[in-house]
Design a protein around this ligand. Structure first.
Ligand code: CO
Length: 139
């Protein structure tokens, strides 16, 4: 069902410092900052040859990563994102198997303009898993 690893998201307390760490210390290509108000984050993408790293800082009131950063004040891996060809189909199979989808269970538009949803970490080895429908994905 799942395809490529699309990105690993790291929650950070200071986005500018995190972007500089990846650009300068690790020599990676880092995008311009982007704000996603509906997701409560400000982020940059680190482009690697085989996947992306998303560095995310809380944006606005009630950001979903604020509590995570309170528990992990220096930052930490927040979620993994796997690509799927059909998110509705993937969700139906997962729910039928007993997995829980966060929120209202409906896909939302994510950082790359594609439908995404999040699976409950308790059902996936303590890891928050995002699924992203990527049109060009091939099985
Ligand atoms: Co993500």
């Amino acid at each position: 069902m799942i395809g490529r690893l699309n990105h690993v998201a790291i929650a950070v307390p200071d986005l500018a410092a995190a972007a500089a760490l990846y650009a300068d210390t690790l020599g990676a290509r880092v995008s311009a900052e982007q704000i996603l108000p509906e997701h409560g984050v400000r982020l940059v993408f680190v482009d690697l040859p085989n996947a992306r790293i998303e560095l995310m800082e809380p944006f606005g009131e009630g950001s979903p990563i604020t509590a995570f950063l309170q528990k992990n004040p220096r930052g930490g891996i927040h979620h993994l994102c796997y690509e799927v060809a059909d998110i509705g189909d993937a969700a139906a199979k997962l729910v039928a198997g007993g997995a829980r989808i966060l929120g209202d269970g409906k896909p939302r538009i994510g950082a790359h303009g594609n439908p995404v949803l999040f699976l409950h970490p308790a059902d996936f080895l303590g890891t928050l898993v995002e699924l992203e429908e990527v049109p060009q994905w091939e099985s």
